[in-house]
Design a protein around this ligand. Structure first.
Ligand code: NAP
Length: 227
């Protein structure tokens, strides 16, 4: 299996290359000085991973789909209209695409728990904190969390040295607050979800936005409202 990694020299890209090689897959690295199309045509990868920037990710994803190359999109910063356009293109080309704003199991569990908690509270705040080099704001995880909730949630973003990626969802009710948090201490936490996505995307013929759809295919069931 040959995996093309766009953004292979970045913080996430370097971890991804290690993890992909560790399971015995071959890696083709594409950096900002390389031409993606030339790399696709000359190396014939089985799957592509994009870990670049909000500026590049849409064009890269479009290029992969137009060449029937299944793609896992880890880069964030896509607008809802971009996701809709790419989804239509993926369906047209019958090509698998996974857009995963967060690959970590802990973040996916935090988002899933937030979906359960929202049944009991109306006042919802999502607070995300990331490292200062992060290019998009709010984070893709915060936007995905808000999209997963049926009630409206306010998003606050902070950029802070020493942090990789943290998010807390706060719920306010009568005389109490409830919160669910996820804290990232190392980028290795993203790798099991990334490797799962690389294997899974080749079985798809359309776009999936959010690993929650694959991890929790039945969604978060509504609890019995006893209060
Ligand atoms: P980073 O360290 O800035 O890495 C981005 C890399 O992309 C750089 O090496 C950059 O190269 C390269 N690049 C830029 N333009 C390119 C092009 N046209 N072709 C190929 N490579 C290009 O950023 P990061 O922290 O690794 O994050 C990368 C993305 O992943 C961000 O969007 C971030 O939000 C996202 N992310 C996702 C998850 C998740 O779980 N899905 C987790 C963490 C981060 P140059 O330096 O030469 O420009």
């Amino acid at each position: 299996m040959k995996v093309l990694v766009a953004g292979y020299q970045g913080k996430m890209g370097r971890e991804a290359v290690k993890a992909i090689k560790n399971i015995g897959f071959e890696v083709v690295g594409v950096g900002s000085d390389d031409n993606l199309l030339d790399a696709i045509k000359s190396t014939h990868p089985d799957v592509m991973v994009d870990l670049t920037t909000p500026k590049q990710v849409v064009v890269h994803t479009r290029t992969a789909i137009e060449h029937n190359l299944p793609i896992v999109v880890g880069a964030t910063g896509l607008k809802p209209s971009d996701i809709d356009d790419l989804s239509a293109l993926a369906t047209h080309h019958k090509t698998g695409v996974i857009i995963a704003p967060n690959f970590s199991i802990g973040a996916l569990l935090m988002m899933h728990c937030a979906q359960i908690a929202e049944h009991f509270y109306d006042d919802i705040n999502i607070v995300e904190v990331h490292h200062p080099q992060k290019k998009d704001q709010p984070s893709g995880t915060a936007l995905r969390t808000a999209a997963m909730l049926s009630k409206s949630a306010k998003i606050q973003s902070r950029r802070q040295k020493g942090v990789i990626a943290d998010q807390t969802v706060y719920f306010g009710g009568e005389g109490e607050t409830f919160s669910v948090s996820h804290h990232t201490s190392d980028r290795t936490c993203f790798m099991s979800g990334l490797l799962f996505s690389i294997k899974k995307v080749m079985q798809l013929d359309c776009l999936v936005y959010g690993l929650d759809h694959l991890l929790f295919p039945n969604g978060a069931s509504a609890p019995v409202d006893i209060f």
